[in-house]
Design a protein around this ligand. Sequence first.
Ligand code: THU
Length: 132
Amino acid sequence: MGERYRELCKRAAEACDNAYTPYSHYKVGAAVLWESGIITSGSNVENASYGLTVCAERNAIFAGACLGERKICAVAVAVPADNIPSPCGACRQVIREFAEDCDILLINGKGQSKKTTLGELLPDSFGAHNLN
Ligand code: THU
């Protein structure tokens, strides 16, 4: 793994510390590498009205979008748990908004990781091109 991807994984793991998870106690951290080279990160933020919970991936993506970033190069998702995480369907679609395809790095709390791609996780995806 290259230096930038190692940094991305580290930022995702660090973001777990700020997860707000009084209901599920399942902490997730995510980090996004953008075309400009910057990395934004986020954690999951839950709500007593459960449906208002926002996943770590979307918080990390929206942080970058709000800075004007528009193209995702890679996403890392980390959990302190034993299992390797997997982005939910909604987050896959939100990644798709800013990447036709990209690397996705999944990391558990034991230091194990899996590398996949958006194309593998969301084949035949719906995107802006479908609206033309
Ligand atoms: N969660 C994420 O942050 N990312 C995912 O891709 C899957 C689910 C969060 C939402 C909720 O706070 C907790 O994990 C349990 O679903």
